[in-house]
Design a protein around this ligand. Structure first.
Ligand SMILES: Cc1cc2nc3c(=O)[nH]c(=O)nc-3n(C[C@H](O)[C@H](O)[C@H](O)COP(=O)(O)OP(=O)(O)OC[C@H]3O[C@@H](n4cnc5c(N)ncnc54)[C@H](O)[C@@H]3O)c2cc1C
Length: 484
């Protein structure tokens, strides 16, 4: 089947009727019509529609090597730098459409699945069947344009001990038993963003697993449909308040939802298992497959688009109330420009220095991408801080659409006018800024950028420990010894 349309995306997720809970109630009926999910599902369907845009079809899709159908470019196994460039164009198209506000547009997991599928052999270390499962699953996702959520993290009960040492061994999702039909899993994982609004869930190893035999029952990798019996998604409260795009410009369109995933004795069929019961194997998958590199490539494309959007928005705010002549505004705008140029440079360098990896895949250079994934969680909160500083009380003087449609209009038109725009234009712009840097949607974006790719402290540790410092150390030693 070729790349899917937006309509097909909605129909499939609606039909699945997965077990999703929000505000103490189970979602019944079409999830695409539920107020908490309507906005994001509409946007996601628009992303899928972009695959068929006549001017974009060529780079949004490519020819499947098995069926010849046009399939989504985020599934491509890049063999050349041109393939990487094409994939970047595709991912940038989606990222610009949502202005980097949808961290889990489907390309994020698609590139990971591609990497796992290309490194399928690695999953055969334990059992050849797992390698075959992984290879076939990648093809299945590609050919059916599957959308996936994923969950890696174990519940945050007591980070000083491993899951096997918690008061109940089944708090963190754990293998219960193996049967003829598959492997039975009980317990919880977090935090699946887009939990209810995809076709399937990828449950992959957490790299937090300790190297101990007691933790082997927590080590597994598999994917299953979201409507698998026993699987339950528990949502946080929605940050889409059902308001108009004037009132809540981002939350009404891009609220992805985060979910706790509960496995009530879920049977995972054998053909969907990729790794099982071996911490050592599980802890290797992410790095050795280069999934982390390809996923970071997607993340940096998204964050370039996000920084571009923030820059544009800040500049419009500066012009709207005429604050562009103040020196500190120049200084802060230049901080944002530096952030954007740095992110673009990381991306360009990663592609320029790409090499074919041991799986035959053209793989971006990880060093600049690793720098980017360590840099952005620190700089994004600063970008939103700058927006608060520029906005000041303007971020609170933001009446909503109902106010503008009421008898208050003459007051609003008079008192909220701006140097370079009407009251309506000014409030529309400042409501957008509020949704980036103040609203619950905006605060969640900041938390997301801090944590979604892992704990920044441990990512910094990985960068420090993995970075080849020797050439620089050697140079200093050579200098110290130069006159001996
Ligand atoms: C908005 C959002 C969306 C997310 N979406 C997803 C998703 O779709 N799928 C998914 O799998 N995950 C998702 N995550 C989870 C994300 O991967 C984790 O937040 C991240 O890995 C950190 O883990 P944690 O939240 O369990 O924090 P913890 O590991 O519990 O850390 C809490 C604090 O303790 C410190 N700490 C804990 N252990 C150590 C240690 N060993 N060394 C040093 N410091 C330590 C941390 O630095 C941190 O300050 C999401 C997170 C957020 C916030």
């Amino acid at each position: 089947m070729p790349a899917k349309t937006g309509k097909q995306y909605i129909e499939r997720v609606d039909k699945a009727q997965a077990n999703i809970w929000i505000d103490g109630k189970q979602v019944t009926g079409n999830i695409s019509e539920h107020p908490a999910f309507r906005g994001v599902m509409k946007t996601q369907s628009e992303l899928y529609e972009l695959q068929f845009h006549p001017d974009k079809h060529d780079y949004m899709t490519y020819e499947s090597p098995t069926t010849g159908d046009r399939v989504n470019t985020s599934f491509i196994q890049p063999r050349t730098k041109e393939d990487l460039e094409k994939r970047r164009m595709m991912m940038t198209e989606w990222a610009r459409y949502n202005n980097g506000m949808m961290g889990r547009s489907p390309d994020y997991i698609n590139v990971g699945i591609m990497a796992y599928g290309s490194a399928a052999e690695m999953f055969g270390m334990q059992d050849k069947m797992f390698a075959e499962n992984m290879r076939k699953y990648y093809e299945y996702c590609r050919e059916n344009d599957l959308s996936l959520t994923h969950t890696l993290i174990l519940p945050q009960v007591n980070r000083a001990v491993s899951s096997s040492q918690l008061p109940d061994p089944y708090i963190a999702a754990r293998i219960v038993k193996k049967t003829e039909d598959g492997v039975v899993i009980r317990g919880a994982r977090l935090l699946a963003t887009q939990g209810g609004v995809t076709d399937e869930i990828m449950v992959f190893p957490s790299t937090l697993l300790k190297q101990s035999d007691d933790d082997n029952p927590y080590a597994f990798a598999f994917s299953i449909p979201n409507n698998t019996p026993g699987l339950k998604f528990i949502c946080r409260e929605s940050f889409d308040y059902g308001k108009s795009s004037f009132d809540h410009p981002l939350g009404s369109r891009f609220e992805e939802m985060d979910t706790i995933v509960v496995f009530d004795d879920v049977t995972v069929p054998w053909d969907r298992i990729f790794a099982l019961g071996d911490v050592e194997v599980c802890n290797k998958t992410y790095v050795e497959s280069n999934a982390q590199v390809h996923m970071t490539h997607q993340v940096v494309c998204k964050n370039v688009a996000k920084t571009e959007f923030v820059l544009g928005l800040l500049h419009l705010m500066v012009e709207m109330i005429n604050i562009g002549h103040f020196q500190h505004i120049h200084e802060k705008m230049s901080e944002v420009i530096v952030a954007l140029e740095a992110m673009k440079a990381f991306l360009t360098a990663s592609e320029a220095n790409a090499k074919v990896d041991k799986w035959g895949i053209m793989t971006p250079d990880f060093a600049p991408l690793n720098a980017a994934r360590n840099y952005f969680p620190k700089v994004y909160p600063r970008l939103t801080e700058i927006m608060q500083i520029f906005g000041a009380s303007g971020l609170m003087a933001i009446p909503n659409q109902a106010d503008f449609e009421s008898e208050l209009r003459p007051d609003l038109d008079k008192y909220l006018q701006a140097a370079n725009g009407s009251a309506y234009e000014r409030v529309r712009l400042y409501r957008l800024a509020w949704d980036v840097c103040m609203s619950s949607f905006g605060s969640r974006q900041t938390l997301y950028e801090r944590f979604f790719f892992g704990d920044p402290v441990r990512m910094a540790g990985a960068l420090y420990n993995g970075y080849n410092k020797k050439p620089y150390v050697d140079r200093v030693i050579e200098f110290l010894n130069r006159y001996n």
